[in-house]
Design a protein around this ligand. Structure first.
Ligand SMILES: Cc1cc2nc3c(=O)[nH]c(=O)nc-3n(C[C@H](O)[C@H](O)[C@H](O)COP(=O)(O)O)c2cc1C
Length: 209
């Protein structure tokens, strides 16, 4: 091989190596300790759209991927039938199969989990979600709406199902009262008040400035 060809072959080899290295470094380079560089997933369950409204408020402030948790077999439209079904599922530990699939969950740093209180517990679909997906090493930030009785054991159950995640202080606010025929309430002055509380909470836990 003459020396000119050898020279150009070595230049080619070095540039291939450099190219490979920069590609290999990219995933690490995307990660940063700065909160604004964290990859955010916001997953929520919502029947009458109040929790969805809170999820959208969070999304407006911090962006990220917003995903509704849907079931392969949705709950009945009838309220009391759903309450009874949920009570049976909670008692038996049944984990309803999910229709929603989260692609590449390992790439997210922060996972917001939004749910309505059901039977003073975390709804079964989120028990399925947290059993199905491994959130170890991620920061979990829960939020909730309820009918006036609070979050119940929801936040504690998340902590128990994700012992290897860091969980930040959750947010909980009153939503609808489907039992009394009051469905969607996140509008007008109520929406303004909840949005301001959401903002204050995000500041308090250090997500926004
Ligand atoms: C099956 C079921 C069970 C519920 N159980 C409770 C409860 O135990 N405590 C409570 O405060 N609200 C309860 N609620 C009311 C919801 O938590 C409340 O209306 C919430 O805002 C609904 O959120 P969504 O509009 O996102 O579905 C229940 C609602 C349903 C459908």
């Amino acid at each position: 091989m003459n020396s000119k060809i050898k020279y150009w072959l070595s230049i080619f080899a070095v540039s291939c190596l450099l190219c490979g290295c920069s590609r290999a470094q990219k995933p690490g380079a995307e990660k940063s300790s700065r909160p604004e560089d964290k990859k955010v997933l916001i997953v929520y369950l919502s029947r009458t759209k109040n929790t969805k409204a809170v999820a959208e408020m969070i999304h407006r402030h911090i962006g990220g991927k917003l995903v509704e948790l849907e079931l392969k077999n949705p709950y009945p439209a009838h309220y009391q039938t759903t309450v009874d079904q949920v009570a049976r599922e909670n008692a038996s530990g049944f984990l309803p199969p999910l229709k929603t699939f989260i692609d590449s969950i390992e790439t997210y740093d922060m996972v917001f989990i939004g749910f309505p209180t059901w039977g003073m517990q975390l709804p079964p679909p989120f028990k399925s979600f947290l059993t199905q997906y491994d959130l170890r090493g991620k920061t979990i930030i829960p939020f909730n709406t309820h009918a006036g009785y609070g979050v119940g054991s929801g936040f504690e159950t998340i902590k128990q199902l994700c012992p290897n995640s860091k969980m930040l202080k959750g947010f909980s606010t009153e939503g609808g009262k489907e039992r009394d025929g009051i469905l969607y309430v996140m509008q007008g002055s109520k929406a303004t008040q909840v949005e301001s509380s959401v903002k204050q909470w995000l500041k308090e836990i250090g997500i926004i400035k």
